[in-house]
Ligand binder design. Structure first.
Ligand SMILES: [Zn+2]
Length: 100
């Protein structure tokens, strides 16, 4: 019996997806710049494949809202690809762009 994968905030970058390195910032290797990872039933984390983003959009948006609230942000959450902070990251691309 294996538990389904859950989506966890990346323990390495704390959901930011990148690190300040004094220069332009650097993508997190642990989550591949996403800020979130899959955690399987054994507690192992692995990066979320880019192809899963569209299906996980609602979950990721909820996690982002929770994270922003913890940071003191009062507004509503933007979808990850609408955030300027992510425009150069893996989530900076609208997964629905192909549908338009
Ligand atoms: Zn990370």
């Amino acid at each position: 019996m294996t538990a389904p994968d859950s989506i966890m905030r990346c323990a390495s970058c704390d959901g930011f997806g990148w690190f300040e390195d004094g220069g332009g910032g650097e993508d997190c290797d642990w989550c591949r710049g996403v800020g979130y990872v899959y955690r399987d039933g054994q507690g192992r984390d692995r990066p979320i494949p880019q192809g899963d983003f569209a299906a996980l959009a609602t979950d990721l948006e909820a996690l982002e809202l929770q994270r922003l609230r913890e940071l003191g942000y009062q507004g509503s959450a933007k979808k990850p690809w609408q955030q300027a902070i992510r425009k150069d990251s893996k989530l900076g691309r609208d997964p629905y762009a192909d549908d338009k």
